[in-house]
Design a binder for this molecule. Sequence first.
Ligand code: PSU
Ligand code: MN
Length: 302
Amino acid sequence: MSLSITFSKSVEDAKKNNQPIVALESTIITHGMPYPANKETAMQVEATVRENGAVPATIAVINGELRIGLTDATIDELAQADNVMKLSRADFAFAIAHQRTGSTTVAATMIGAHLAGISVFATGGIGGVHKGAENSFDISADLHEFAKTPVHVVSAGAKAILDIPKTLEVLETLGVPVVTLGQSRLPAFWSRDSGIDSPLHLPHVEDIAAFIQSRNALSMTGGVLIGNPVPEDAEIPKAIMDVTIAKAIAECEQAGISGKEVTPWLLGRIVELTDGQSLHTNKRLILNNAAVAAQLAVALIT
Ligand code: PSU
Ligand code: MN
């Protein structure tokens, strides 16, 4: 059996003409944000990639078909659909074999992007080591994907629903570089400062491109995690978010949520607890990441 990959017209043209392309995930649409904010954000993210000189390729599996680049109509369907699988490395091939529809997490989007020859990807936040992982063993497959798959991901750092020091330890063990753009502290998603130094930091997008090119020259496997702080005017201070997050995590445990449901459940509850303020910040940081990813894709080609 051979895999058929369906490219959108604009991504196919971009590939032919060797133009910069930015991969985008779809789990954020199906499991990361409520409707219609999810659809609006997905459209704005694509527009931001274009404004910054690259072509967007949102990735998903639709009825068993790996799609690289979605139409607006498909994005709208995903944004409103229930029962979409949340795909990671473990079940990506299952969805393809059994004609299922699934959105791609960071791990699955990296796999799809690499198959499509795309090396830059923008998201909001990655999965990582959850708080309490010493009991739950909840560590996202996203981390292991960085060790394997050469796709470089621009994110706003790790969300404080995660244990950030443990997440950094696992990334270090796996040999995954974490480089923050423009500041020495690792950002913490809704907040610019996690209180923890980023293992690496560089002032400009072009410097990150040079780092990636140096890794390529050394035949290094795997991807680089790029931390991009949320714009100042959109940030929610960490002290405020920490209280909300602690409440959401306690409720999540009490409700007996486990496995794949944990991250979507927490994200949804945090939107409710902040009266939508976290959602506004989430949108802004994704757009900011889309812009940087497009600039990085341009810098890697020129
Ligand atoms: N973090 C966010 N928003 C998201 C996710 C993470 O701020 O939408 C999604 C991403 O798709 C990520 C996935 O890859 O959750 C991680 O899920 P898990 O923790 O179950 O591995
Ligand atoms: Mn998990």
